[in-house]
Design a protein. Structure first.
Length: 297
């Protein structure tokens, strides 16, 4: 008898990750594959190469039961929006294209941060949590809101897009082409500004290892303070029992989490527990597998 399996696909700005897993042990992948996004070549080639890779994985694994997909941007109805990283991804009818590819096989799709939260809900640090917040500190900045044990999409699929939060009245805002908080806190912003300060290319995570440079210290302190204020404000609104933090900047978790915890305890009437995510590497891919399991029913 052929093995029943599910397929997960994570479309990222720099890489596409794919995995198959037994339908009965989804958090333990059978096979993985990753390929560079090559976003400058456009959305159609990204999709074509990714689906070719998916077919190759499926041929090795057995009977496909369901497909889960995570993507950068926001999935709104039949299109992906807020996705300028890859030319042609903005406005791409990704749900329809995936349905055409996989036919009668159930397909579930969500943005990458919501997918990561789905993985934490099913297997990780949000398991059993009714009201919670998943915070992704990576190249970009976003969150997922959990209410009644389910990720909340919002009216337009954009709940949790905290990168667009204003920190001061009159800040350059979304309508002017800005993401105010993300431009201060995200890994991309910190790497860009840190590289300018040091006169060499550095990653955001490596900035936390720089000793004795007051300008770098001021940059990081300002970013973490802005992040802490924003998360505290979200916690006042949502009243979560737990905040789970994941993403590439968690390499500096020993410095970030204590500062966030202190500010949230200072500012929030009923402070939530603050904890690291279970899935740090490939969180959206595990999230895609979680979506597939849900789609399978």
């Amino acid at each position: 008898m052929s093995r029943r399996f599910v397929l997960g696909i994570d479309f990222g700005g720099t890489k596409v990750a794919l995995a198959t897993a037994s339908a009965d042990s989804v958090d333990r992948p059978l096979r993985k594959m990753r390929l560079p996004t090559l976003g400058s070549e456009g959305a159609q080639q990204v999709l074509r190469r990714s689906l070719d890779a998916a077919r190759e994985l499926a041929d090795w694994s057995g009977t496909l039961q369901a497909v889960g997909v995570s993507t950068f941007g926001v999935v709104r109805g039949e299109t992906v929006q807020l996705a300028p990283t890859v030319p042609g991804w903005e406005g791409l009818e990704l749900p329809r294209l995936l349905r055409e590819e996989f036919g009668d096989t159930p397909v579930a799709i969500d943005n990458d941060v919501n997918a990561a939260a789905a993985a934490e809900l099913r297997w990780g640090a949000l398991r059993g949590v009714r009201t919670g917040l998943y915070l992704n500190l990576g190249t970009g900045l976003a969150a997922a809101l959990v209410v009644h044990g389910t990720v909340v999409p919002g009216a337009h699929g954009a709940a949790g897009e905290i990168g667009y939060l204003l920190s001061r009245p009159g800040d350059p805002a979304f309508a002017e082409g800005h993401a105010p908080l993300e431009e201060v806190v995200s890994g991309h912003a910190l790497a860009q500004r840190g590289s300018a300060l040091l006169g060499r290319t550095v990653s955001a995570a490596s900035l936390f290892e720089v000793d004795g440079d007051p300008a770098v210290r001021a940059l990081l302190d300002g970013a973490v303070e802005a992040l802490a204020m924003a998360v505290a404000n979200v916690c006042v609104v949502l009243d979560p029992e737990r905040v789970v933090i994941g993403g590439g900047l968690m390499g500096a978790s020993s410095q970030i989490i204590p500062l966030l915890t202190a500010e949230i305890r200072r500012a929030v009437p009923f402070p939530p527990e603050i904890t690291a995510a279970r899935f740090i590497d490939d969180a959206p891919l595990y999230g895609a597998l979680a979506l597939a399991l849900t789609a399978r029913g």
